[in-house]
Design a protein around this ligand. Sequence first.
Ligand SMILES: [Zn+2]
Length: 109
Amino acid sequence: MPNNSDDDNNNNNNSTSNSGEEELHEVGSNRPACASCKHQRKKCIVGDCVMWRHFPASKMDEFLGVHKVFGISNVTKKIKSFDDVAQQHESIKSFLWEAMLWQVLHSDS
Ligand SMILES: [Zn+2]
């Protein structure tokens, strides 16, 4: 039996393999404004804006629905009262729910 201790064929090139293509977005400069900031024509500042996590620009419709019923300042105030993102998310969900119900109830005017 030959002693086959020749284990040298695990290709050892994981030094620079980790997503060198992906550009890191520079914080605060290159992010599109969230729906809320877009609507208010504000600069969407990372770490300052609490809405972008929940209302990215693609969710403008949802944002407008909530804004129409509750007003963005009330929603923002509420969201800011939670430190926990999960809690913020729950809160947003209930805002969305209520806004949706409200609009259904008031749709036939
Ligand atoms: Zn924003």
